[in-house]
Structures are given as C-alpha cells and as structure tokens.
Design a protein around this ligand. Structure first.
Ligand SMILES: [Zn+2]
Length: 321
C-alpha cells in the first residue's frame, strides 16, 4: 500500500519510476504522488543513500575568511541595517555611494535583522554564512551532517557536524536552503524546528515544488526530482499541511525557479545527465542549447514564478499564535 507520509491518504496514489541523473548512474527508484495533498515522495528510503553523496556532490570548499577591520565592519553594519529597514542616514548614504550590500533576494523584506540569531540547517561548509558575516551579521551558526568535522570559522561563526537534533539553544531565524527534501522524516524535522525557534521567530524553507509546470511537463525527467537524494517533493498544499500539523503557518511565499528547470530537464529527456561532459552545466558551447534558447528559458522561468508555477520556492513560516 502506498500511504502518504504527509497526510495519510492511501487511495489512488500514483507510482513513478525515477532514475539517478546527476551522476548518470541511472539506478531506478520508486516514487509515488499522493492524490490528496500532492506530495511526491520516495517509496522506500534507500539503506545505502550515502553512496549517492560522493565528495563531488557537495561543496566542501571552505570559504575564505574575510578580515574586516572594526571601522569597516561598523560601517557595513550600518549599511546593511539601512537596507533591512532600520533607518539611519549614514547607512543610507553608504548604500548610495558604495552600492547595496551583497545580500540574497530571499532575505530582503523578510523581517530578518542584523541582531537575529541565525541557524543554517544543511549549511555545507558555510558559504552563505560567510556572505552574511561579511555584510555585518554576527549571530551565525551552521549545522551539516556531511562536513568532515566541526568547523570554527576565524571570522566569527561555527558549523557543527551533525543533525538539527544536535543543536542547542534557540534561534530567531532558522533557514533550510534545499535541505528539507533530503531529510528522511519531515515530521521530526518540523518538531525540532518548533523547539529551536525562539518566540516570534521565522523559519525560511527553500525547496523544490512539485505543484509546478516543470513536473507537469517533464514528470520523472524533471531535474529537481533528483532521485534518490530528494525524498520529498512538496506541493504548496502538502507543505502548508505539514507546517500546520506542527503549529506553523506559511506567512509568505516567493517563487525563485530558474532556467535550469528547462535545460537540465530537457537534457534528462535526451539521456544526458547533469554532470555529463556535454551538459550545459559543464560546457555551454557543446551543449544541446543555443544562448537564445537559454535566454528564453530564463524568461519563461520568470513568467512561471509570477504565476506561482515555478519549480522551486521560498516558504516563510511562523508559529501560529
Ligand atoms: Zn498526501
């Protein structure tokens, strides 16, 4: 019986066979899509899933520590504070003269502030945290099960080797950038999020979305299915349902899909895996696409994002009051 592990429905769930197409191993895995909540999920978690995370899958590159002098750090903080909505003339002026701080789009307008304690779950070696540190954030922490050992960064943050359950303390912002879909038990993940989140805290989840044009068009050749590493491909409905069942509500949603949903999926249809020599990723000139096609894919991605049909999104969640 194919019972949905998000909503419990077991009626008419549809089985799909997906292949490993990042490394081109082509091993087959069974997935099924719930007809009630829409979640696409792997039927059985592979017992040997580590073998699908070879060293080249992950960036273990250690970010270059930036040495920022005290004054420069202070000025950068003023500039970032201004962009995040804390009015100050100096910060505003620095932004006009030197340009905006290098902050990711999903952060802007989210309510995240410099003083917030931020936890990045699935942080890898901390590239994103280093970027935030460089723009003035201080209370930064990462956790990742795949790094070799704990890392104390010289420039002011640490990353623990481990799971969310290994982390002590509470955080104002907990971020999961394309990590929730890799976790075998989403209910456990949400229970832990509930424990780690401070009062009035924000959870930010970036994930692939199955209620998308790319899934409708490409089905098991959809690149973001990423068998067998992605265990859960949520629909908008299934993520909201999961969140609600653990006392969270989705307060905002931003779609951020890119041209990759087209070129990587089109390659998959043609049997070209993501890391193949003639993949657009490795060699655009020897790939199956012209630059005009790629530009068109990018335009289409922006259109889909506006229609809420892109294949990935950022969900902003808060605890229900
Ligand atoms: Zn379901």
């Amino acid at each position: 019986m194919l019972k949905c592990r998000i909503c419990g429905n077991s009626i008419n769930n549809e089985l799909h066979i997906a292949r490993e197409m990042v490394f081109g191993l082509r091993d087959e895995f069974e997935y099924f899509q719930c007809t009630s909540c829409g979640c696409l999920q792997i039927k059985d978690i592979p017992p040997d899933v580590e073998k699908y995370y070879p060293p080249e899958y992950y960036s273990f590159e250690i970010p270059e520590p930036q040495r920022i002098g005290l004054l420069r750090d202070l000025l950068k903080r003023r500039r970032t504070a201004s962009l995040l909505g804390q009015r100050n003339v100096l910060g505003w002026l620095l932004g006009v003269i030197y340009g905006a701080p290098d902050l990711p789009d999903w952060l802007l307008g989210s309510g995240v502030q410099l003083e917030h304690r931020i936890l990045d779950v699935g942080s890898g070696s901390g590239k994103l945290l280093a970027r935030l540190r460089n723009e003035g954030f201080r209370e930064l922490h990462g956790v990742d099960p795949f790094i070799k050992s704990d890392m104390i960064q010289e420039n002011g943050f640490c990353i623990c080797k481990g799971e969310l359950s290994d982390i002590d303390g509470q955080y104002d912002v907990v971020m999961l950038h394309h990590s929730l879909e890799h976790m075998p038990d989403p209910h456990l993940a949400f229970r832990l999020l509930g424990q780690k989140l401070a009062h009035n805290g924000l959870v930010l989840i970036r994930i692939p979305v199955v209620s998308s044009f790319a899934w409708e068009k490409y089905k098991t050749s959809w690149f973001k299915l990423d068998a067998p590493r992605h265990f859960y491909l949520h629909s908008y409905e299934s993520l909201c349902l999961l969140a609600r069942s653990h006392g969270f509500q989705v307060v905002e949603l931003r779609y951020d899909s890119t041209a990759k949903q087209f070129w990587a999926s089109e390659q998959c249809l043609e049997g070209i895996h993501y890391l193949a020599d003639n993949s657009y990723r490795n060699d655009p000139h020897n790939s199956m696409f012209t630059q005009a096609q790629i530009d068109r894919f990018e335009e289409m991605a922006q259109e889909l994002n506006a229609q809420r049909k892109g294949d990935q999104a950022c969900f902003y969640l808060r605890k229900c009051s």
